[in-house]
Design a protein. Structure first.
Length: 129
């Protein structure tokens, strides 16, 4: 499948505007391309009980999975607070879980340049059952 990285990043940027991050002030948005070709978006949502917080990547992936998707092909991650925003460890494991037979491509942006990396660069020894 031909992936429109710019469109995926635009969805992540749009989603970051919906972030609820009153504690960290660190807004993040994600755009997720599912195996069906549909794009799902999500933002980080914080809670005063920090363990109840969810990252943008997991928000978007769980939205896709809850809609019946089984494979994630690419994830774009954006924060207006930082160039080249990387996924946390929990998100890396969730991304790995749903990568299917192909490797997830992780798209970040640094000074308006898109950086595309393979999931294995972020979690080289990930596991799934």
């Amino acid at each position: 499948m031909n992936i429109d990285y710019k469109l995926l990043m635009d969805k992540a940027k749009e989603a970051s505007k919906m972030s609820y991050s009153p504690f960290s002030k660190f807004a993040v948005g994600a755009g997720v391309l599912a195996g069906s070709g549909k794009i799902y978006s999500g933002c980080n949502i914080e809670n005063s009980s920090f363990g109840m917080t969810i990252c943008a990547e997991r928000c978007a992936i769980f939205k896709a999975i809850s809609e019946g998707e089984k494979e994630i092909l690419a994830v774009a991650i954006y924060s207006p607070n930082e160039d080249d925003c990387y996924p946390c460890g929990a998100c890396r494991q969730v991304m790995y879980e749903f990568q299917g037979d192909s490797e997830v491509e992780v798209i970040t942006e640094e000074k308006d340049n898109l950086n595309v990396r393979k999931m294995s660069d972020f979690l080289p020894f990930g596991f799934k059952i």
